[in-house]
Ligand binder design. Structure first.
Ligand code: SF4
Length: 336
């Protein structure tokens, strides 16, 4: 480790503009802890020709102050394929870093904490998918991006929560079938099936953050805050989605708040997202239910700084697996 950065007057001046972006959600006293790390991370990014891809579930000091590109899985995957930087630091979970490596094999992809996993990604293996394909040999496999490279490698097409309906319809058309296999999130699969005529065979995976929300909880929010707008992520159980005014990916929820400007809103998803959107919409009142993703929260400013200083932890994907996993991602990116 290098010398620990300190909150000097120079650091305070250099980071004042960044503080303005988060002033409504980060108290000044806390900023004195974040600012030196932020200034050093941003300096190291320039020195090492690195970019930070920050997922919507990162905490605000990461999302708004060191992230070069922020967004949902789909937006980050696109940016990984496009960036000219030599180094990508994934401020997100491991499957996202693998996706970046698959799309940019010539770049160094780093993840600040190798333990940043995902309950969906760990629910299914490549061998599981091969068994499913043996059971339903004529059906295409639609794989949520929240999966490992070896699972993607066994798939026909990938999807995100933002494009899942369009992807399912496109692949069913291409294969001339009325049913697809959609893995690994049982709730996303059921929510998608409810929006299309295509039938879906799914897997018993679930996001440990979104499956905890209940329909009764949503009704309680409505009773406690009359007139509140409820936005839900499609990884939530279908009865939760049914109680919502709108269901969509993190990007779609952000766009909804920006365009509709509801007076008061609850985002039924990971906690940090409401903080990040609230910073950009000070005129909207956010009620914040808190279901934290323990994997996303393994990514911290301290971890990012260590990652850039030591160039760890490098994410490596077997080139043969990567080439096979790239095809379904490219096929997805061509759908929109
Ligand atoms: S929020 Fe859910 S889907 Fe996203 S990384 Fe965490 S466990 Fe996985």
């Amino acid at each position: 480790m290098g010398v620990e950065p300190a909150f000097t007057p120079d650091v305070a001046r250099a980071t004042e503009g960044l503080y303005a972006k988060v002033a409504t959600i980060i108290p000044r006293v806390e900023w004195a802890v974040h600012a030196p790390l932020i200034a050093e991370i941003n300096r190291l990014k320039r020195e090492k020709n690195a970019v930070i891809l920050a997922h919507n579930y990162m905490t605000p000091e990461i999302f708004h102050c060191v992230g070069d590109f922020a967004g949902d899985s789909l937006a980050l995957a696109r940016e990984a394929a496009r960036t000219d930087a030599k180094v990508i630091v994934q401020a997100g979970v491991h499957f996202m870093a693998e996706t970046s490596k698959i799309l940019s094999p010539e770049k160094t992809v780093l993840i600040p904490d190798m333990r940043a996993g995902c309950s969906l990604a760990s629910s299914i293996s490549g061998a599981d998918v091969r068994l499913l394909k043996q059971k339903y040999p004529s059906l295409p496999v639609v794989t949520y991006v929240n999966t490992s490279a070896e699972v993607k490698a066994e798939s026909d097409i990938c999807c995100t929560s933002g494009n899942a309906v369009a992807v399912v319809e496109a692949i069913a058309r291409d294969f001339g079938v009325d049913t697809v296999i959609m893995i690994p999130d049982k709730y996303l699969a059921r929510n998608v099936a409810a929006k299309t005529g295509v039938k879906v065979i799914t897997w018993e995976g679930a996001c440990e953050v979104h499956e905890r929300f209940t329909a009764a909880e949503i009704r309680d929010y409505r009773a406690a805050h009359p007139g509140i707008t409820v936005l839900a992520h499609p990884e939530c159980p279908p009865d939760v989605v049914a109680e919502a005014d709108f269901a969509g990916s993190t990007a779609a929820m952000i766009a909804y708040v920006g365009s509709h400007k509801p007076r008061r809103v609850v985002m039924v998803t990971e906690c940090s997202m409401s903080d990040n959107v609230a910073a950009e919409n000070p005129d909207v009142d956010f009620i914040r239910p808190c279901n934290l993703c323990p994997h996303m929260k393994r990514i911290t400013l301290e971890g990012i700084l260590h990652s850039l200083r030591t160039m760890t932890h490098e994410v490596v994907v077997d080139p043969v697996v990567a080439a096979r996993a790239r095809a379904p991602i490219d096929r997805m990116l061509a759908v929109q």
